[in-house]
Design a protein around this ligand. Structure first.
Ligand code: AMP
Ligand code: MG
Length: 323
């Protein structure tokens, strides 16, 4: 009898120990690689290297189908042949069409010809002449894309570009993987798009990059988890004749968006959603951007050129000292 009691006591102590250890964060397993044209980092709090590799395989599959910089991708098939039924392309095109409508074309994924013309982020970036821009603008128009069954079709001469949504979409696919795994907590960062998966005691603290300095932090906010995307004019640009040209284009003019913003961070329920919304808000500016975010139940941090900050939704930015 005493023996039985002794073993029960030992078992109880062990169970308590396991529970207590589970309450504290162990160092996550972390892996970084270049993927989707940017640095991708996965941090898995109770995952393994095999899980990280499986996630990178997913990112590679998305890039192989969606990149317009790979001649064999399904996105390139769509741009050249005019249709595809690849599911990654279909899902992204559906979200893009929705945000394009909701933003009145400020977000438009048919800017492919324009983005190739400017080539911002590549060595041969240049300011195109007016005729080139007006020619490329003729191919822009999300309302000429059709989604039918599982097939996406573009109008003759149109080229799509998923640069504004692909990284967030990768976060959506990472979320699906994590939900089907035993991993309870993880952070996935795909360039400017992030996924905070699971609950963290005290919430997740997220740093917003300082658009005015090389690698500084502008401020932080705490939230329960979800998707965060940032679009900023500092991310990709080139200079010509003393002027900076950034990579977020205004589909109405064909030139970089003349916004009074330097960055927009959006917190939303989906990765592709937060990514598309941050690009759209950058083009729209604060007032129209805020209206768009309200429509999607999203929150936003808008940093203006003069350093002022406007927020909407439930986010509360704590500015770093001196910012
Ligand atoms: P992001 O950094 O997510 O704001 O996306 C910017 C990228 O999206 C650019 O590098 C282009 O590939 C593409 N893009 C630029 N302007 C637009 C726009 N107005 N609507 C949709 N995609 C755009
Ligand atoms: Mg985006």
């Amino acid at each position: 009898m005493r023996n039985k009691l002794f073993y029960c006591l030992i078992a109880a102590v062990l169970i308590c120990a396991v529970l207590v250890v589970g309450l504290f964060d162990r160092d996550p397993f972390s892996m970084s690689e270049t993927a989707m044209g940017t640095v991708v980092t996965v941090k898995l709090y109770n995952g393994t290297q095999a899980d990280a590799i499986a996630l990178f395989d997913i990112f590679e599959a998305i890039e192989a189908s969606s990149s317009v910089n790979r001649s064999s991708s399904d996105a390139m098939i769509l741009n050249t042949v005019g249709e595809t039924n690849n599911s990654y392309i279909y899902e992204q095109a559906a979200i893009c069409t929705d945000i394009a409508k909701a933003s009145d074309g400020a977000f438009d994924f048919t800017v492919g010809k324009l983005t190739k013309l400017w080539n911002i982020g590549f060595d041969n970036a240049r300011v195109p002449d007016k005729k080139e821009i007006s020619d490329a603008l003729m191919s822009v128009g999300y309302d000429r894309v059709t989604l039918d069954g599982n097939t996406v079709r573009v109008a003759s001469g149109q080229e799509i570009d998923f640069g504004a949504i692909g990284k967030g979409y990768a976060c959506d696919k990472a979320k699906e993987f994590l939900e089907n795994s035993k991993i309870k907590k993880a952070v996935i960062s795909v360039g400017g798009s992030l996924l905070f998966h699971g609950k963290k005691s005290g919430g997740w603290t997220v740093a917003v990059r300082d658009p005015f300095s090389e690698n500084g932090i502008f401020g932080t906010f705490v939230f329960d988890g979800g998707f965060v995307s940032t679009s900023g004019s500092y991310e990709r640009y080139f200079e010509a004749e003393g002027k900076k040209y950034h990579h977020i284009l205004d589909p109405a003019t064909g030139y970089p968006a003349e916004s009074d913003l330097v960055s927009v961070t959006v917190i939303a329920d989906g990765g592709a959603l937060s990514d598309a919304l941050s690009t759209a808000c950058f083009v729209l500016g604060f007032e129209k951007g805020e209206a768009l975010l309200i429509r999607y139940g999203a929150s936003g941090i808008f940093i203006h050129k003069n350093g002022e900050v406007s927020t909407c939704g439930t986010v509360d930015l704590v500015r770093e000292q001196g910012k």
